[in-house]
Design a protein around this ligand. Structure first.
Ligand code: PLZ
Length: 448
């Protein structure tokens, strides 16, 4: 049946392989890609996409794959979600760009109003819109430095904040993100993360936070800290969920020391972890929050939202960019947020966790290579190790991922050691698809 909003046939919600993966047309396109696209641009699975919707990606050979990646936590509402498509079509036909700093438009303002409503805390908030996650993080740092008159930014082991010069400095992992790209920006200080699977047994969140404060206080000086920047659940670092109490302790330390607490919710935000934002799980209210990815159903948009007085500390003209808050991306964001609200996608993420975690734990019981099962909502992962140790096994993670890909299930890998298999399905994925996807993942463990 055609969709009333888009006039298109919805993508059939099934896994169906009609060629090997990748098929002949994808292989042809891969050859063209290799000849013309810079080698530095990474590639997880060389399947070229023709259509996508719900929990399915259809490739140019007619294969239908189960999407367990959401384009790295972006299409939380599903790919080409009908309301997003309709909103984009209407906006793109009305006007595509004016530059909000030249002649403004309502969509940008409405997105900032929505951000004030959905982000944690009931204080007065303001926002500024940008294009990419990295750009939002850079601007959060600019705002924090300006508002506090301080320079030091504290970040964590395993952190990922982007690939621009400042955000490379904020990102922990060298390969592939930083190798050969220096010199990096200064006044960035790294402290240990709470990583329950790899920390000494029994260390509490508060103790892990104290370990970080001791370093900050002795090596940076609390009075020099503009902001502590953290992903409440780390993304590219391997879906690391800090021990309970860690985030509240950091937020409290910031308040006590005149530093700002910046939550990078670019990957965790917009219902992914079962709340609008991951900070909510422990009642943490960040001073500034960066968002992107899930905000606009696949269109490029990002934001910094924060305490009005902090955001307004920057002089007029100090923030901006040609495309930031593009009207088409804003229309997509408004439709995305409304869809999340109407369809209770935070609840959908919690339901995914409730089904998936017991199955992943059962899988862990049947094999000796899964060291840890973790995550929250529809942001779940297994960390692979050599049997009987905590020694990372990146090679196995790669083999399992490739086995899933060959069977038409798109899974991702992450982690400082490259040994974490990640599941990030669209929140609208039908139960039967992620059930089938998990079955294929389990088979891969049984055969490898
Ligand atoms: N902060 C927490 O997860 C992007 C990176 C993919 P951009 N993560 C996916 C890759 O290999 O480049 C991310 C994130 C967190 C910031 C970012 C950066 O967002 O939109 O990719 O710039």
């Amino acid at each position: 049946m055609t969709d009333v909003l888009t006039g298109r046939e919805p993508v059939t919600q099934e896994r169906r392989l009609v060629t090997e993966v990748p098929g002949p047309r994808s292989r042809e396109l891969l050859e063209r890609r290799t000849a013309t696209v810079a080698a530095g641009v990474g590639l997880t699975l060389p399947v070229f996409v023709e259509r996508a919707g719900g929990g399915v990606i259809v490739d140019v050979d007619g294969n239908s794959l189960i999407d367990m990646g959401s384009g790295i936590a972006v299409v939380n509402v599903g790919n080409a979600a009908p309301r997003v498509v309709a909103a984009v079509q209407e906006q793109v036909a009305a006007f595509t760009h004016t530059c909000f700093m030249v002649t403004p438009y309502e969509g940008y303002v409405a997105v900032c109003e929505e951000l004030a409503r959905v982000t944690p805390g009931d204080h007065a908030k303001k926002s500024a819109l940008f294009n990419s996650g990295a750009e939002a993080v850079e601007n959060a740092v600019k705002i924090a430095r300006h508002a506090t008159g301080r320079q030091a930014i504290v970040v964590f082991d395993h952190a990922y904040h982007g690939r621009t010069n400042l955000t490379m400095a904020l990102t922990a992992k060298n390969m592939p993100y930083k190798q050969g790209f220096g010199p990096f920006a200064g006044e960035v200080y790294r402290v240990p993360m709470s990583y329950p699977f790899r920390d000494e047994a029994g260390i509490t969140g508060a103790q892990a936070a104290r370990r970080a404060f001791d370093l900050i206080e002795s090596q940076v000086g609390a009075a020099n800290v503009a902001a502590v920047l953290i992903e409440p659940v780390q993304g590219e670092g391997g879906f690391v969920v800090p021990a309970e109490g860690f985030l509240p302790a950091i937020a409290e330390w910031c308040t006590g020391n005149g530093a700002l607490f910046i939550a990078d919710e670019i990957q965790t935000g917009f219902c992914r972890t079962g709340d609008w934002f991951a900070c909510e799980a422990e009642g943490v209210v960040p001073d500034l929050i960066t968002t992107a990815k899930g905000i606009a159903g696949g269109l490029p948009l990002s934001a910094v939202t924060g305490r009005a007085e902090v955001m307004d500390a920057v002089h007029g003209g100090g923030l901006g960019g040609t495309y930031g808050g593009n009207p088409v991306a804003c229309a997509a964001a408004l439709a995305t947020i409304q869809t999340m609200r109407d369809e209770d996608l935070a609840g959908a993420a919690r339901a995914i966790e409730a089904t998936m975690v017991p199955r992943l734990r059962a899988l862990q019981q049947r094999t000796d290579v899964i060291g840890d099962v973790r995550g929250r909502g529809a942001m779940l992962a297994v960390e692979l190790v050599r049997p009987g140790t905590t020694e990372p096994d990146a090679d196995l993670a790669g083999r399992i991922a490739r086995a899933c890909h060959a069977q038409g299930v798109v899974v991702l890998t992450a982690g400082t050691f490259g040994n974490v298999l990640c599941l990030l399905p669209p929140l609208v994925i039908p139960d039967h698809l992620f059930d089938e996807g998990l079955g294929i993942l389990a088979d891969a463990f049984a055969t490898l």
